[in-house]
Design a protein around this ligand. Structure first.
Ligand code: RNT
Ligand code: ZN
Length: 419
């Protein structure tokens, strides 16, 4: 039996033949923080959901037992997940995940309602990102929030947006890492609108109002996420890709690309290079997996995941990209979902880091497409998994499928006790 370290040594030698230093790749991987989304843990319900319903065009299906009902349960589940994922990462919270005994509405949230999350994040060594929640709330009227024709509706959500940025600023200050606050607004129409312009103008003005409050970008950076369609908003989404490309570039806001928010054959991997040329801000990602539509399946090692990772690494965009995850599957163990999706994202990045990028670019520059194809294909059979296993071992997390035993034990001991 060879040990993991021995297999790593063999893999290291093999990659060295191509001029790739596996130690360097692992060092780079160690520095990459993934922003893991809290909402996989409870099917996007949160703890401030007066209706108990998920609206805004997103929906998690499945009722796998053991879903987290309280902030403490969610934190326990997150701790389990992080313990099975190599490296130190971030947690991405939504406003509806506030942790307080007070009864507060979205237009009343304050930093103090998130103190427990901050204390916990510090204790766990985690960064924090944030999202105002523009859905699953009775003030979402007629499928609209910030773009609603009624000023009273818009004002409610504008106040929520402003307060969310204050919470984010507090996260940034307390944690000592920039908090990225993502604005995703589901507003849209089920059927063809006559007036596509007015709602977009109102959304633009509402966002301008929210962002009119200056916040030090060392603490908080605002990001905007577009979408093509959602359940109940099949015909028209106010905050489309073009809307936010224009908005983000003219307002100097970070633009977030969600892998599921485009036409089915359109990929975000092909957008990163262009965006990097024009956006001064970080490139924000919601790594997700759309199956036929924006279904937010758990991220698997598919071509697009690998292409996203390659685009980031090959174009030297690691420092400029914030990698967040966005999926929610209620039909499988939710902790396993986090572990699979996050580890896959890391693995894809590792595979990209193990490419002889300079050499490949040289072949392309020489129009030697034969070598380019030969190398990129042959590389697929290189022993990246030996490098990955070594990384897991070095980070003190389970190697291979061993993490599943942990999840199963937790399921029996903790999840089974939940109603
Ligand atoms: C929805 C967007 C958005 C949400 C989260 C919960 O289509 O992708 O990012 O998934 O805000
Ligand atoms: Zn998203």
């Amino acid at each position: 039996m060879t040990t993991i370290a021995e297999r790593y040594a063999l893999a290291k030698a093999k990659y060295a033949e191509l001029g790739v230093d596996t130690d360097d790749a692992l060092k780079a991987l160690q520095d990459i923080k993934i922003s893991m989304h809290c909402w996989q843990g409870d099917d996007v319900k949160g703890f401030l959901n007066p209706t108990g319903e998920t609206t805004g065009g997103i929906m998690s299906t499945g009722n796998y037992p053991g879903v987290a009902h309280t902030p403490d349960q969610l934190r326990a589940d997150l701790e389990k997940a992080y313990s099975l994922i190599p490296g130190k990462h971030k947690l991405n919270l939504h406003a509806i995940y506030l942790d307080t005994d007070e009864s507060v509405d979205l237009d009343q949230i304050e930093p103090k309602h998130f103190e427990k999350w901050v204390a916990w994040a510090k204790e766990q060594g985690l960064g924090l990102d944030f999202n105002p929640t523009f859905f699953s709330h009775p003030m979402m009227k007629d499928g609209m929030t910030l773009s609603h024709p009624d000023k009273a509706v818009r004002d409610y959500w504008i106040e929520h947006g402003k307060r969310s940025r204050k919470v984010a600023e507090y996260f940034g200050k307390e944690i000592g890492q920039t908090c990225y606050t993502n604005f995703w607004v589901p507003d849209g129409f089920k059927d063809n609108p006559v007036d596509r312009l007015s709602p977009r103008k109102r959304l633009m003005e509402s966002l301008d109002e929210i962002f009119s409050v200056e916040i030090d970008e060392a603490y908080n950076v605002d990001t905007v996420e577009s979408k093509l369609f959602g359940l109940g908003a099949e015909a028209y989404t106010v905050g489309s890709h073009e809307f936010y490309m224009g908005y983000g570039l003219t307002r100097n806001k970070a633009i977030l690309l969600d892998a599921g928010h485009f036409h089915p054959t359109e990929v975000i991997s092909n957008k990163l290079s262009s965006l990097s040329l024009f956006s001064e801000k970080a490139l924000m990602l919601h790594v997700s997996r759309p199956v036929r539509w924006d279904s937010d399946h758990v991220v698997i090692m598919d071509d697009e995941l690998q292409d996203i990772a390659k685009e980031i690494v090959r174009n030297n965009l690691l420092d400029k990209t914030v990698i967040g995850l966005d999926f929610f599957d209620g039909t499988i163990n939710r902790i396993a979902a986090w572990v699979i999706g996050t580890r896959n994202t890391q693995k894809a990045l590792l595979k990209a880091l193990l490419e002889p990028t300079a050499q490949l670019k040289e072949m392309e520059n020489d129009f030697d497409f034969t070598s380019r194809l030969a190398y990129t294909e042959e590389l697929k059979d290189f022993p990246y998994s030996d490098v990955w296993n070594y990384f897991c071992e070095q980070n003190g997390v389970p190697v291979g499928l061993d993490w599943l035993k942990d999840v199963r034990a937790y399921e029996e001991k903790v999840l089974a006790e939940r109603a």
